[in-house]
Design a protein around this ligand. Sequence first.
Ligand SMILES: NC(=O)c1ccc[n+]([C@@H]2O[C@H](COP(=O)([O-])OP(=O)(O)OC[C@H]3O[C@@H](n4cnc5c(N)ncnc54)[C@H](O)[C@@H]3O)[C@@H](O)[C@H]2O)c1
Length: 380
Amino acid sequence: MTGSVSVRSSRLAHLARNFTFSVTGLHKLNSRIDSVPNLYSRRFSSASPTLANSQRPEPGAWLQPKKPLDAVSEERGGGISRIDEDISIEYPEDAGLPRTPIIQGRGGRHFKRTLAQFSLEDKVSVVTGGASGIGLALSQAIVASGSHLAIVDMNHDEARIQAKTLLEQFKSENPGLEKLPTVTAHYADVSNPASVDDAIADIIAKQGNIDNLVTCAGFTENFSAVTYPYDRMQKLWGVVVDGTYLFTAGVAKHLIKRQASGSMVVIGSMSGAIVNVPQPQAPYNAAKAAVRHLAASLAVEWASHDIRVNCISPGYILTALTRKILEENVEFREKWTSLIPAGRVGMPEDLMGPVTFLLSDSARYITGADLRVDGGYTLT
Ligand SMILES: NC(=O)c1ccc[n+]([C@@H]2O[C@H](COP(=O)([O-])OP(=O)(O)OC[C@H]3O[C@@H](n4cnc5c(N)ncnc54)[C@H](O)[C@@H]3O)[C@@H](O)[C@H]2O)c1
């Protein structure tokens, strides 16, 4: 696959020019209401007028549009929330994206007091898609919280490099620590059942067992629904939906056999609850909705085994891919941030606390929850 990021966005530029970035939710709502044209001739009245038979409209006539729909599409409102079907972004090759830097200065010794319940001390945690982006930041949070770590990624070389770098960083931030975490790197294509089984067996062989799981492997692409290549759609659902299912089920099987409790966090997306604009991504949105409800369903199914399953639904997070897209399309940044009440896109670090909380005993009565970490995007 040759990676490419190409966006034809003349309509976007037009939208951006006509968009007030300081709008509140109320303004947005008002502008949407104001811009709805009077398509239908129905009048609302509390009185009951009487009409002569000759004046009486045909039954259902008030439902008929005054103009044909295609004639009014140009004057119709809703511009801010419209999808631009011309946008097409294919996920690039790994080599097309820069390496994710290890986060520095956020770990270190625990000199600020907090609840012991937040600790992941001596647990073994697995992160799929842990070699870069959000997965790598979550991996760091997990190690900083006292857990051993198994990074699983299709990019095995990168997983190995990052496992080593992460441990070096941990050592430099915790000088003199006698007991170091075990950090291992494992290959898996999470969409392939045999590959997932092999990876889980390899983790158990190297780490002894598994207590926690974070499923983060995934990617997004943008094509309009009518042009989306079918093979790419299958690949997307294979990684996001099948991959989440296969890994959670595989780890649950191991926990049930051991009669051990466990905690899992699946990484969904706010796209599982809202429809992003202006970029078209219907299959991704549907896949992330499936992931969220999979977490709820598994939470109920495994509650009696003391296995908790929760979902984190991030908003826009600045990783290598989103950074590249935003750098190449300035109007995206304006559009996206104007829709986020917090006024900025998120950073991978913004997910470190939420994942630690949900994995830890401090969330021991929380299961099947969807924690949205989106700066308020989904509220307006
Ligand atoms: N970045 C965002 O704005 C954002 C927002 C919401 C949700 N998410 C979700 O967060 C997760 C991580 O996204 P990211 O932005 O950090 O992406 P990323 O591309 O930086 O990281 C994804 C990792 O998953 C790995 N991977 C991909 N396919 C795999 C497969 N079949 N088997 C094993 N590993 C595979 C990749 O090699 C990569 O290391 C994804 O599930 C994504 O949908 C991202």
